[in-house]
Write a protein that binds this ligand. Sequence first.
Ligand SMILES: Nc1nc2c(ncn2[C@@H]2O[C@H](COP(=O)(O)OP(=O)(O)OP(=O)(O)O)[C@@H](O)[C@H]2O)c(=O)[nH]1
Ligand SMILES: [Mg+2]
Length: 351
Amino acid sequence: MSTVNVMAREIAAKIVFYGPGLSGKTTTLKRIYETVKPSLRGELMTLPTEADRTLFFDFLPVRVERVGDYALRLALYTVPGQVFYNATRKLVLQGSDGVVFVADSNPGAQDANRESMANLEENLAEQGIALDSFPLVIQFNKRDLGNAVPLAQMRALLNRRNVPDFETVAMSGDGVLDAMKAMIRLVIKDLRARKIVPSSKPRPSAPQPSLSKDLGASLEAQVQEHLVHQPAPEPLPAPHGSRPALGPVAALAPAALIDPARVAETYFAAGDFEGCVRTCLETLQRGLAFAGESSIAHQSFLLGLNGRDVLDAYTRSQRGASNIEDASFALFVLAQLFVRLTQAGLPTPEQ
Ligand SMILES: Nc1nc2c(ncn2[C@@H]2O[C@H](COP(=O)(O)OP(=O)(O)OP(=O)(O)O)[C@@H](O)[C@H]2O)c(=O)[nH]1
Ligand SMILES: [Mg+2]
């Protein structure tokens, strides 16, 4: 769900990497993480099983500093590709602004590619979204394989819509950023078409490009500039004075809730999942309170949050003995809350 915070002059967009199991989604996100300037990214959050399969989702926040008058924040997610994780895929897909479909060029993976594309279409349709009119980019990944399926054949199978597609090798990073840039351009185009991105007034004296007119081009330049490979990352200037870089969820938090969100993330990183869930729920409560004194269900409704997810987070926390999945779910719900608060302009800057 894209959000535009006019007060903070900020646009937030959610992009999801989708595709069958082992197609290279997590690897793609890792390459993006490595190439984005450290000062412009949060921590990459991945939750693999022992076999390195994605258990829940991977998450990477990226900031494209200025786009005209606005700052752009991207939340990049991957879904778990394994067939039986469909509930998680639906959850992660909620409110997304665009999808990068990562297809596997392995000859044995073509049925899985086709099924995953059909699954994406189905899951979006359940949310009332037609894939035909949704920002979609395809990565034909693992092009380094000697027996990779010919490009024309993969296009015929997966790209009848003729969306932008790219041959990629996520292992080395080849093509990954081109796909990402195409995705961002499509998302911006879509935001404009839906009139979600507000136009800024032309200011002849200011050298800044106007958002509505030049956002795409300007964004591309910004992305180009910031996503170029940095062989030796410069020392990180802390974005907030001397404070350490924000974690992925705290990066989305309104100022009043940044600190507790950091604490929740610290618990998570330390493997204290109980502490993480407890802190997330306390923070969730504080965040929901910005919608006024009311029941959790009503507050969630007012903020446009998925009430079932919020209640699930509460139920899981009350069960006790929280595990990594409970903790990541609590963080996920918290991140959703932060996005909604930003969208609603809560809390106001005075608070
Ligand atoms: N040869 C080759 N291998 C790749 C490429 N990209 C990823 N891999 C390998 O494919 C395997 C799966 O990659 P992941 O990125 O974990 O796949 P995933 O899509 O996240 O898988 P799930 O989380 O299970 O859905 C790993 O062993 C990667 O090293 C590529 O471009 N070429
Ligand atoms: Mg993965």
